[in-house]
Each structure stands twice: as C-alpha cells, then as structure tokens.
Design a protein around this ligand. Structure first.
Ligand SMILES: CC(C)(COP(=O)(O)OP(=O)(O)OC[C@H]1O[C@@H](n2cnc3c(N)ncnc32)[C@H](O)[C@@H]1OP(=O)(O)O)[C@@H](O)C(=O)NCCC(=O)NCCS
Length: 203
C-alpha cells in the first residue's frame, strides 16, 4: 500500500505550473498540521478549540494515517509546496467503496489560500482515485456559501448533481441550517477533462 501510494502519486501528470505535490505526513509536520486544523475550525465553527486539543488532533492524524489507509476506506495526504516541502494543506478521500465511489475533502492553511494549491491538489488526488484506486466516481458535498470550493471542483471537471442538495443542521448556541450541494465527477469525464487540459498545456 505504501509503495503503491508513493509510486502513483509521483506519476501524477504535472501541469507545468503545479507548485505542490501530495505526500505522506511526517513527524515534523505537527505544527503546520495543527495550524491547518485550527484554521478549519475557525472557518467552520464559531468556537476556538484549545491549542492542546488541536495538537492532539494533529498527532492523531500523523500517527494513524498509515493505519487508516490500510483498510482502504479512508485516505489522507499532506499537500506540500514543491519549492520548500512545507505542509500547506490536507486532502483525503473517505467512504471509499472499492472500485466504486469515494468522497473528497480538503483544507488549506489560511496563510496559503489564493495560490491555486487546492485546485492542483484536487487534480492530483483525482489522478490517484481513478488510476490507483480504480474508482468510478468521486463526489463532494460543499456548503452553498463556499464558492471557492465549488470553483475548485468545477475547474477539475466536477458537475453539480441536480436535486441532491442536503440540509446540514448544526446546533451550537442556536440551531443553524446550512445547505450543501453535491458535486460529482465520473471516471470518463475525468479522462476527458484531463486530456483537454494537457492538450491546452502543449499548445
Ligand atoms: C476552500 C479552500 C480550500 C480554497 O482555497 P484557495 O486557496 O482559495 O483555492 P484555489 O486558489 O485553488 O482556488 C479557489 C478558486 O475560487 C475563487 N474564489 C475564492 N474565493 C472566492 C469567492 N469568495 N467568490 C468567488 N470566487 C472565489 C478563486 O479566485 C479561485 O478561482 P480562480 O483560480 O479561477 O481564480 C480554502 O479556503 C479552505 O481550506 N477553506 C476551509 C476548508 C474548506 O472549506 N474545505 C472545502 C470543503 S468542501
């Protein structure tokens, strides 16, 4: 599994401007990972988790990532900047149904947003999902208000699945109801999108 992960990721077709790569977490990533988790909490909740809780979550991810990947139902990779190998984000697939479907999720450190890193990371993850895991479809649920994330998916060839919106009920101080849209890309559409984008790069 480990070799398969490294090998297929390093074969992912490189767009000439791709500035990131996906890789396995290292012990030395704890601080950077804690920052990413912290930013995620702040953008999705109105609470600020304690520093010790965040660091424990980061350690859990690093210690368990190879373990959870063994059962093949969930996979997580770090998103690393190519020029200095710094961890800038996290990307994964969950609910993987072998040879069928998987749900993609990703998060970037606030420091690094706006550089197309997440768009490129989704591209690399799709390569892994279709080439290595042989999935037929990859899907995502995105908050209606999360336009950046919807753009990332659309740029990678995902289409919104009509009539598949769901309500997310979240209770903290008050009940809040959010709408999530579902986006999907099939294996066939992935290869079509990839061929045309590689074609554009050659021109
Ligand atoms: C969502 C997230 C990954 C986006 O990161 P990012 O660095 O902005 O992503 P990218 O630069 O790769 O691409 C974002 C695209 O959306 C556009 N965009 C960003 N914010 C936007 C907004 N408010 N309105 C319209 N477009 C927006 C960008 O211009 C870019 O498109 P472009 O390349 O065509 O200009 C990041 O904000 C994050 O980690 N958020 C918290 C976790 C999260 O929401 N994860 C997704 C769960 S489904």
């Amino acid at each position: 599994m480990e070799n398969e992960r490294s090998c297929k990721l390093s074969e992912a077709p490189q767009k000439e401007n791709r500035q990131i790569y996906l890789g396995n977490f290292k012990e030395s990533d704890i601080d950077a990972l804690a920052e990413i988790i912290n930013d995620f909490y702040i953008s999705h909740n109105d609470g600020h988790p304690s520093r010790s809780y965040i660091v424990e979550r980061a350690k859990d991810i690093i210690n368990n990532v190879n373990e959870i990947s063994k059962n093949n139902s969930k996979i997580e990779f770090g998103i690393y900047k190519k020029d200095n190998n710094v961890l800038v984000g996290i990307i994964g697939l969950r609910d993987i149904k072998k040879n069928e479907t998987g749900e993609i999720g990703y998060s970037l450190s606030k420091k690094y947003v706006g550089n197309n890193y997440a768009t490129d990371a989704v591209g690399a993850m799709l390569y892994y999902a279709f080439e290595s895991l042989k999935l037929q479809k990859v899907f995502a649920y995105v908050l209606d208000s999360n336009i950046a994330s919807q753009n990332i998916l659309i740029k990678n060839g995902f289409k919104e699945e009509q009539n598949n919106r769901r309500e997310l009920k979240w209770y903290k101080k008050h009940l809040k109801v959010f709408i999530e849209k579902m986006y999907i890309i099939s294996k066939n559409n992935y290869y079509k999108t990839r061929e045309s984008s590689l074609e554009n790069i050659k021109r």
